[in-house]
Write a protein that binds this ligand. Structure first.
Ligand code: 5RP
Length: 245
């Protein structure tokens, strides 16, 4: 426990690593919650950082009566509903104003790895449906270079053939996704994330991979000992600014 009167940094030093990380996840989530307003259509990610976001939104649920949420996992949908938030199908909501989600890694160029919670396929669909995508992380998620494992979702048919073609990839010992996909991880070198993302997408049998390009991300809120830093992403603020639109 931190002693009374200790400075912020002293308090941080007295917390275990896990407690500090939890505190940072909570700070990033609370900062993102401030961007949520009544009447919005909001995409909700999956994971422990998002759980803090749900808590913060739940506290404001009485004043968010017109907020409509699309969830990226059964767990997030259930928690959101329990906290008094309205959850609808993404297909009913159409374009989202904002989506907020955590990440497993973020590199200097703004590439993300997601899918530690096996929800990356739905997370990518929801993020892509949002005009703004805000990522919330604790600072230890920041890396110089992305590294394995890179989460995958695979079609069950001939999965061993797909794994062999991928090279260094293995099934993860977790339940199938709610969409019937098998969860696996790629353990090879990442190298250039754009090249790897292209190669994984091009492999028949791969439903989705956990590499998220910088163009998908509007901003990243990174929480650490010195507070919450906002890093701009590369996503244009409006869908109409998308290439080809
Ligand atoms: C789930 C995800 C999560 O956003 C990612 O794993 C981060 O999780 P946490 O907030 O628990 O650290 O991609 O598929």
């Amino acid at each position: 426990m931190a002693s009374a009167g200790a400075t912020g940094r002293e308090q941080q030093a007295s917390l275990s690593d896990a407690e500090q990380i939890a505190q940072h996840k909570r700070a990033a989530a609370r900062a993102a919650a401030e961007e949520v307003h009544d009447g919005m259509r909001l995409g909700l990610g999956t994971g422990s950082t998002v759980a803090y976001l749900l808590q913060a939104l739940g506290e404001r649920a009485p004043s968010l009566g017109e907020l409509r949420c699309a969830a990226t996992s059964v767990q997030t949908a259930e928690t959101a509903r329990t906290l008094g938030l309205t959850v609808s199908d993404l297909d009913e909501l159409g374009e989202l104003d904002l989506a907020i989600d955590g990440a497993d890694q973020i590199d200097r160029g703004g590439w993300l790895v997601k899918g530690g919670g096996a929800a990356h396929t739905r997370e990518k669909i929801v993020a892509a449906a949002a005009r703004r995508f805000v990522v919330i992380v604790s600072e230890e998620k920041c890396v110089e270079r992305l590294h394995a494992p890179i989460p995958l979702e695979l079609v069950p048919f001939a999965v061993q053939t797909t794994l062999r073609a991928l090279g260094d990839a293995r099934l993860r010992d977790v339940p199938v996704s709610p969409d019937g996909g098998l969860i696996a991880d790629y353990f090879g070198d990442v190298g250039d994330p754009r090249k790897l993302a292209g190669a994984l997408s091009a492999q028949p049998g791969v439903v989705e991979h956990g590499l998220f390009a910088p163009e998908m991300v509007s901003s990243v809120l990174i929480a650490g000992a010195s507070g919450v830093e906002r890093r701009a992403g590369a996503k244009p603020d409006s869908k109409s600014a998308k290439p080809g639109a």
